[in-house]
Design a protein around this ligand. Structure first.
Ligand code: KG4
Ligand code: ZN
Length: 370
């Protein structure tokens, strides 16, 4: 079964074709990072307009990269929640229209849940050519994907710009939210700390890069203590970085935070990036390790944009005693291959939705299975 996935929940316009939930036939991502970098963050109206401009070419590219026509596509899967309302509307309207015009079943996909499915993509193919090569021979030519699908129960650490949560999947579509952030998402903390340090947007990759030259034990930053065993909090850590930078540069809390970065030298900047990254990542790994033992997980996966972080992968592999097969960074950040993969497993258990009835839900948590 070949599914076309469509993703437009935030600032990436993406389309992909996946066969049987695991064989990646194509994956096209049009990122708006350059457009939003000027403003230091995503501007919702600008994002929606940019999605409109590229959604059709991106979908056509996904079909042509896979060397397929509409006749070969069995169903459409689209992210309908959560995300920016204007962004979600573009992808869902495209998917609804195509489902009607091309007469295809339509599956509504929860964006955050779908991040986990990057880990279920284990083979690569193209058109009718032989399948099994793990390197994608088209637009994203350097992608090397995971070798085997995770075994249930799967413990998933989902960490992105909008979410930080630990979820236990007993099966496809059967999961329990174990814990989540009580304030900022970890990706949001990376982005905000990058701003304080004067590092480029998006903050995650900039901090990771700066941290390579830094000392992670230079500044002592607090790990928050929370009553929920598997919950997170990152707002205090962000404020602790702000206070430490003020202290280091000899100003008090009344000094405008936008002026702090110019007072830091490169060594201080790298040490702050490394110290923040180490503390944020240890916080994530501490809770993941605890849940791993408490629930006897057979596999652990990380998902979402922050899952691209090399230090997170390194420390998690050190602390968890089973092999972790990481998805490539390209499939950790927003993409449509994960949406198409989840669409397949969803279709095995649930009925399609009427294209006339699909509505977007900008804020929908994973607390309840829909
Ligand atoms: O999943 P994603 O692409 O979009 C959301 O659904 O939020 O995640 C984007 C987030 C941003 O906060 C970005 O700074 C962070 O993922 N990120 C990283 C890295 N690459 C992206 N954070 C830490 N290290 C990275 N290498
Ligand atoms: Zn995402």
């Amino acid at each position: 079964m070949k599914i076309l996935g469509i993703e437009s929940s935030c600032d990436e316009t993406a389309a992909a074709v996946v066969q049987d939930g695991r064989i990646l036939l194509s994956s096209v991502v049009n990122s708006q990072i350059d457009i939003h970098a000027v403003y230091g963050g995503v501007v919702p109206e600008v994002a929606a307009r940019s999605h409109i401009e590229v959604i059709n070419p991106v979908i056509n590219q996904a079909l042509s990269d896979a060397k397929l026509t509409w006749d070969d596509i069995d169903a459409i899967a689209v992210s309908y929640a959560p995300g920016l309302i204007g962004s979600l509307l573009v992808g869902t309207l495209a998917a609804r229209t195509l489902a009607i015009l091309k007469n295809k079943p339509l599956y509504p996909i929860h964006h955050v849940e779908s991040h986990v499915y990057a880990n279920f993509l284990t083979e690569v193919g193209i058109g009718d050519q032989e399948i099994g090569n793990r390197e994608l021979p088209n637009s994203n030519s350097q992608i090397l994907i995971a070798t085997s699908a995770p075994a249930f129960p799967v413990l998933a650490l989902i960490v992105s710009g909008g979410h930080s949560q630990l979820v236990l999947f007993r099966d496809h579509g059967d999961y329990e939210l174990l814990g989540q952030t009580q304030d900022d998402a970890v990706g949001e903390a990376f982005d905000k700390v990058a701003k304080i340090l004067g590092l480029a947007y998006p903050g995650g990759p900039s901090i990771a890069r700066a941290a390579l030259n830094g000392n992670p034990t230079k500044y002592k930053l607090p790990k928050s203590k929370l009553s929920g065993k598997y919950d997170f909090s990152f707002s205090g850590l962000k404020t602790a970085v702000l206070r430490a930078v003020q202290h280091e540069t000899g100003v008090d809390f009344t000094f405008p935070s936008t002026g702090l970065a110019q007072r830091l030298n490169d060594v201080q900047r790298a040490d702050f990036a490394a110290s923040f990254q180490r503390t944020a990542i240890e916080t994530l790994v501490d809770k993941t390790e605890r849940a791993f033992y408490d629930f006897g997980a057979k596999s652990v996966v990380i998902a979402g944009g922050v899952a691209a972080n090399a230090e997170l992968r390194r420390i998690l592999s050190e602390r968890i005693p089973i092999h972790i097969d990481y998805a490539p960074s390209e499939l950790c950040t927003d993409n449509a291959a994960m949406v198409a993969s989840m669409g397949y497993y969803y279709s095995l258990k649930k009925q399609p939705i009427s294209p006339y009835e699909l509505e977007v839900i900008p804020s929908l948590s994973m607390a309840h299975i829909n």
